[in-house]
Ligand binder design. Structure first.
Ligand code: ZN
Ligand code: ZN
Length: 250
Protein backbone atom coordinates (compact mmCIF):
# COMPACT_ATOMS: atom_id res chain seq x y z
CA UNK A 1 0.00 0.00 0.00
CA UNK A 2 1.33 3.40 -0.91
CA UNK A 3 0.11 6.52 0.88
CA UNK A 4 0.78 10.00 -0.51
CA UNK A 5 0.02 13.14 1.43
CA UNK A 6 -1.64 15.37 -1.13
CA UNK A 7 -2.73 17.91 1.46
CA UNK A 8 -2.27 18.12 5.22
CA UNK A 9 -3.14 21.71 6.10
CA UNK A 10 -5.74 22.00 8.85
CA UNK A 11 -8.98 23.93 8.38
CA UNK A 12 -7.80 25.83 5.28
CA UNK A 13 -4.91 25.60 2.81
CA UNK A 14 -1.53 26.86 3.88
CA UNK A 15 1.31 28.28 1.78
CA UNK A 16 2.90 24.85 1.37
CA UNK A 17 -0.05 22.47 1.35
CA UNK A 18 -3.72 22.23 0.45
CA UNK A 19 -6.25 21.09 3.02
CA UNK A 20 -6.78 17.40 3.85
CA UNK A 21 -6.36 14.84 1.07
CA UNK A 22 -4.52 11.50 1.14
CA UNK A 23 -3.97 9.27 -1.88
CA UNK A 24 -3.98 5.55 -1.04
CA UNK A 25 -2.89 3.13 -3.77
CA UNK A 26 -2.70 -0.65 -4.10
CA UNK A 27 -2.94 -3.00 -7.08
CA UNK A 28 -3.20 0.01 -9.37
CA UNK A 29 -6.35 1.22 -7.56
CA UNK A 30 -6.33 4.85 -6.43
CA UNK A 31 -8.48 6.03 -3.57
CA UNK A 32 -8.67 9.43 -1.93
CA UNK A 33 -9.29 9.89 1.76
CA UNK A 34 -10.79 13.38 1.89
CA UNK A 35 -10.71 15.96 -0.88
CA UNK A 36 -10.25 19.27 0.91
CA UNK A 37 -9.79 22.80 -0.35
CA UNK A 38 -7.01 23.13 -2.92
CA UNK A 39 -6.18 19.43 -3.07
CA UNK A 40 -7.42 18.84 -6.63
CA UNK A 41 -4.53 21.00 -7.86
CA UNK A 42 -1.80 19.21 -5.91
CA UNK A 43 -3.32 15.81 -6.72
CA UNK A 44 -2.33 16.31 -10.36
CA UNK A 45 1.35 16.31 -9.34
CA UNK A 46 0.90 12.67 -8.29
CA UNK A 47 -1.62 11.06 -10.64
CA UNK A 48 -3.51 12.00 -13.76
CA UNK A 49 -6.61 14.12 -13.40
CA UNK A 50 -8.86 11.17 -14.31
CA UNK A 51 -7.01 8.44 -12.39
CA UNK A 52 -9.08 8.54 -9.19
CA UNK A 53 -11.04 5.30 -8.67
CA UNK A 54 -12.88 6.06 -5.42
CA UNK A 55 -13.23 8.73 -2.74
CA UNK A 56 -14.00 8.49 0.98
CA UNK A 57 -14.94 11.68 2.82
CA UNK A 58 -14.48 11.69 6.58
CA UNK A 59 -16.94 14.54 7.11
CA UNK A 60 -18.48 17.51 5.37
CA UNK A 61 -16.41 20.41 6.63
CA UNK A 62 -15.08 22.39 3.68
CA UNK A 63 -11.45 21.54 4.34
CA UNK A 64 -12.27 17.83 3.81
CA UNK A 65 -14.70 17.73 0.90
CA UNK A 66 -15.01 20.89 -1.14
CA UNK A 67 -12.78 20.00 -4.10
CA UNK A 68 -15.38 17.41 -5.10
CA UNK A 69 -17.11 20.42 -6.74
CA UNK A 70 -14.20 21.23 -9.05
CA UNK A 71 -13.67 17.55 -9.74
CA UNK A 72 -17.31 17.31 -10.83
CA UNK A 73 -16.56 19.88 -13.51
CA UNK A 74 -13.49 17.92 -14.65
CA UNK A 75 -15.35 14.60 -14.92
CA UNK A 76 -18.55 16.01 -16.40
CA UNK A 77 -17.16 18.44 -18.97
CA UNK A 78 -13.57 17.28 -19.62
CA UNK A 79 -12.33 16.53 -23.17
CA UNK A 80 -13.36 12.84 -23.11
CA UNK A 81 -16.53 13.31 -21.03
CA UNK A 82 -18.55 11.63 -19.79
CA UNK A 83 -16.06 9.81 -17.61
CA UNK A 84 -17.19 6.78 -15.60
CA UNK A 85 -18.91 7.68 -12.34
CA UNK A 86 -16.76 6.96 -9.34
CA UNK A 87 -17.92 5.82 -5.92
CA UNK A 88 -17.94 8.38 -3.11
CA UNK A 89 -18.40 7.07 0.44
CA UNK A 90 -19.45 10.01 2.59
CA UNK A 91 -21.88 11.07 5.31
CA UNK A 92 -25.50 10.67 4.17
CA UNK A 93 -26.01 14.39 3.67
CA UNK A 94 -23.17 14.67 1.13
CA UNK A 95 -25.25 14.66 -2.11
CA UNK A 96 -27.41 17.54 -0.86
CA UNK A 97 -24.64 19.52 0.78
CA UNK A 98 -22.18 19.22 -2.11
CA UNK A 99 -24.85 20.04 -4.71
CA UNK A 100 -25.63 23.18 -2.72
CA UNK A 101 -21.92 24.06 -2.50
CA UNK A 102 -21.68 23.67 -6.27
CA UNK A 103 -24.84 25.71 -6.87
CA UNK A 104 -26.84 22.83 -8.32
CA UNK A 105 -30.30 21.53 -7.44
CA UNK A 106 -30.21 18.37 -5.33
CA UNK A 107 -31.60 16.48 -8.38
CA UNK A 108 -29.49 15.59 -10.26
CA UNK A 109 -26.81 17.11 -8.02
CA UNK A 110 -23.34 15.75 -8.70
CA UNK A 111 -24.60 12.29 -9.68
CA UNK A 112 -23.32 12.54 -13.26
CA UNK A 113 -19.79 12.20 -11.93
CA UNK A 114 -20.19 10.45 -8.59
CA UNK A 115 -22.10 7.51 -7.11
CA UNK A 116 -22.64 8.44 -3.47
CA UNK A 117 -22.93 5.82 -0.71
CA UNK A 118 -23.85 6.85 2.83
CA UNK A 119 -21.25 5.94 5.42
CA UNK A 120 -22.21 4.23 8.64
CA UNK A 121 -20.00 2.68 11.29
CA UNK A 122 -18.71 -0.69 10.16
CA UNK A 123 -16.80 -2.46 7.41
CA UNK A 124 -16.98 -2.15 3.66
CA UNK A 125 -14.75 -2.76 0.65
CA UNK A 126 -13.46 -0.21 -1.83
CA UNK A 127 -11.52 -1.76 -4.70
CA UNK A 128 -8.81 -3.93 -3.08
CA UNK A 129 -9.12 -2.19 0.31
CA UNK A 130 -10.98 -3.40 3.41
CA UNK A 131 -12.17 -0.32 5.25
CA UNK A 132 -13.60 0.13 8.71
CA UNK A 133 -15.35 3.44 9.37
CA UNK A 134 -15.91 4.58 12.95
CA UNK A 135 -17.61 7.65 14.37
CA UNK A 136 -15.14 10.06 15.94
CA UNK A 137 -15.53 13.00 18.28
CA UNK A 138 -16.24 16.14 16.22
CA UNK A 139 -19.26 18.51 16.17
CA UNK A 140 -20.69 16.99 12.96
CA UNK A 141 -21.11 13.41 11.72
CA UNK A 142 -17.43 12.52 11.29
CA UNK A 143 -15.59 9.28 10.64
CA UNK A 144 -12.12 7.93 11.10
CA UNK A 145 -10.98 5.14 8.80
CA UNK A 146 -8.97 1.96 9.11
CA UNK A 147 -7.76 0.83 5.68
CA UNK A 148 -6.24 -2.63 5.27
CA UNK A 149 -4.67 -4.28 2.25
CA UNK A 150 -2.23 -7.18 1.92
CA UNK A 151 -1.64 -7.43 5.65
CA UNK A 152 -0.80 -3.75 6.20
CA UNK A 153 -3.00 -1.14 7.79
CA UNK A 154 -3.34 2.62 7.56
CA UNK A 155 -5.48 4.46 10.10
CA UNK A 156 -6.73 8.00 9.58
CA UNK A 157 -8.30 10.07 12.34
CA UNK A 158 -10.24 12.55 10.22
CA UNK A 159 -11.04 15.43 12.59
CA UNK A 160 -11.60 14.42 16.18
CA UNK A 161 -11.21 15.32 19.81
CA UNK A 162 -10.12 12.65 22.27
CA UNK A 163 -11.82 9.45 21.23
CA UNK A 164 -11.72 5.76 22.21
CA UNK A 165 -13.03 4.84 18.76
CA UNK A 166 -9.88 6.30 17.22
CA UNK A 167 -7.81 3.93 19.37
CA UNK A 168 -9.93 0.99 18.15
CA UNK A 169 -9.62 2.04 14.50
CA UNK A 170 -5.86 2.45 14.82
CA UNK A 171 -5.12 -0.68 16.85
CA UNK A 172 -1.83 -2.14 15.63
CA UNK A 173 -1.85 -0.03 12.45
CA UNK A 174 1.42 0.31 10.57
CA UNK A 175 0.79 4.03 10.09
CA UNK A 176 -1.56 6.40 11.90
CA UNK A 177 -2.30 9.69 10.17
CA UNK A 178 -3.61 11.62 13.14
CA UNK A 179 -4.81 15.14 13.32
CA UNK A 180 -2.95 17.52 15.64
CA UNK A 181 -4.74 20.83 15.18
CA UNK A 182 -4.32 22.35 18.60
CA UNK A 183 -1.39 23.46 20.69
CA UNK A 184 -1.62 22.64 24.37
CA UNK A 185 -3.48 25.33 26.31
CA UNK A 186 -5.53 25.40 29.52
CA UNK A 187 -8.85 26.26 27.87
CA UNK A 188 -9.01 24.02 24.78
CA UNK A 189 -12.46 23.46 23.30
CA UNK A 190 -13.37 19.85 24.05
CA UNK A 191 -14.66 17.32 21.49
CA UNK A 192 -13.25 19.15 18.48
CA UNK A 193 -9.55 18.51 17.77
CA UNK A 194 -6.42 16.96 19.25
CA UNK A 195 -3.07 18.37 20.32
CA UNK A 196 0.17 16.68 19.30
CA UNK A 197 0.44 15.23 22.79
CA UNK A 198 -3.07 13.79 22.61
CA UNK A 199 -2.41 12.37 19.14
CA UNK A 200 0.68 10.63 20.48
CA UNK A 201 -1.25 9.31 23.49
CA UNK A 202 -3.80 7.74 21.10
CA UNK A 203 -0.95 6.28 19.01
CA UNK A 204 0.59 4.78 22.15
CA UNK A 205 -2.70 3.22 23.29
CA UNK A 206 -3.28 1.79 19.82
CA UNK A 207 0.33 0.55 19.60
CA UNK A 208 0.74 1.77 16.03
CA UNK A 209 4.04 1.46 14.17
CA UNK A 210 4.43 5.09 13.11
CA UNK A 211 2.62 8.34 13.84
CA UNK A 212 2.30 11.10 11.27
CA UNK A 213 0.78 14.32 12.62
CA UNK A 214 -1.50 16.00 10.14
CA UNK A 215 -4.28 18.62 9.82
CA UNK A 216 -1.59 21.13 10.77
CA UNK A 217 -3.19 24.54 11.08
CA UNK A 218 -1.16 27.29 9.36
CA UNK A 219 -1.30 29.69 12.32
CA UNK A 220 0.43 27.15 14.60
CA UNK A 221 4.16 26.64 14.91
CA UNK A 222 4.32 23.04 13.67
CA UNK A 223 7.70 22.48 15.33
CA UNK A 224 5.86 23.00 18.61
CA UNK A 225 3.17 20.50 17.59
CA UNK A 226 5.95 17.94 17.10
CA UNK A 227 7.62 18.85 20.40
CA UNK A 228 4.35 18.41 22.25
CA UNK A 229 3.79 15.05 20.56
CA UNK A 230 7.15 13.88 21.90
CA UNK A 231 5.61 14.18 25.39
CA UNK A 232 2.61 11.98 24.59
CA UNK A 233 4.09 8.65 25.63
CA UNK A 234 4.49 7.10 22.18
CA UNK A 235 7.81 5.27 21.66
CA UNK A 236 7.66 4.87 17.86
CA UNK A 237 8.64 7.32 15.16
CA UNK A 238 6.67 10.58 15.02
CA UNK A 239 6.82 13.10 12.22
CA UNK A 240 4.91 15.99 10.75
CA UNK A 241 2.92 15.41 7.57
CA UNK A 242 4.16 17.30 4.54
CA UNK A 243 2.50 17.80 1.18
CA UNK A 244 3.97 15.31 -1.31
CA UNK A 245 5.38 12.92 1.31
CA UNK A 246 4.99 9.24 0.39
CA UNK A 247 4.86 6.19 2.63
CA UNK A 248 5.20 2.64 1.36
CA UNK A 249 3.60 0.18 3.78
CA UNK A 250 4.64 -3.45 3.35
ZN1 ZN B 1 -10.66 19.84 9.29
ZN1 ZN C 1 -13.83 19.26 10.75
Amino acid sequence: MKVTIVGCSGSFPGPDSPASCYLVEAEGFRMLLDFGSGSLGALQRHIGLYDVDAICLSHLHADHCLDICGYHVARTYGPAAPYPRIPVHAPADAPRRLAAAYGMPEEPGLESAFAFSALSPGRFSVGPFEITAGLVNHPVEAYGFRVTHGGVTLAYSGDTGECDELVRLAEGADLLLCEASFLEAPDLTPDLHLTGRQAAAHAAKAEVGRLVLTHLVPWNDSARVLEEAAGGGFDGPIELAAGGAEYSLA
